[in-house]
Ligand binder design. Structure first.
Ligand code: HEM
Length: 96
């Protein structure tokens, strides 16, 4: 579960990075230009960069915590018994 979630959240973080990287400088430039008409048109979309940053911060926070989550899960997992290990190895050999 963690593996799948980590994979998809990393992908999500990566792809949301693109519009975020575009939206923030665009918002800054629009403010810098100071054109009233442009500012009025932008007013409706003003929340977009903050929402994107929020998504980036949340998914990024998960990526930061990920190594600790994995370590914690490994620690809590019951150790594999030697007999089970041998069975698993045999199953793997049969599968390949
Ligand atoms: C508070 C905000 C953010 C946090 C906490 C955060 C955190 C992280 C973390 C922990 C990683 C994984 C690094 C690794 O394992 O090597 C990562 C990857 C990355 N971050 Fe962020 N990030 C944030 C915001 C952003 C923003 C604003 C952008 C770009 C607009 C961005 C772009 C990326 C990209 C492209 C990756 C590489 C993803 C991949 O392909 O694995 N991040 N970030």
């Amino acid at each position: 579960m963690t593996k799948v979630l980590a994979k998809w959240l990393r992908k999500f973080h990566r792809w949301i990075a693109v519009p975020t990287a575009l939206a923030i400088p665009i918002a800054f430039i629009i403010k810098l230009i100071g054109d009233e008409q442009l500012a009025a048109a932008w007013a409706k979309l003003e929340k977009i960069p903050s929402i994107l940053m929020l998504i980036m911060a949340l998914t990024g926070a998960y990526l930061i915590l990920l190594p600790y989550i994995v370590k914690w899960q490994r620690k809590n997992k019951a150790p594999v018994q030697p007999k089970e290990k041998a069975q698993q190895r045999q199953q793997q050999q049969e599968a390949s």
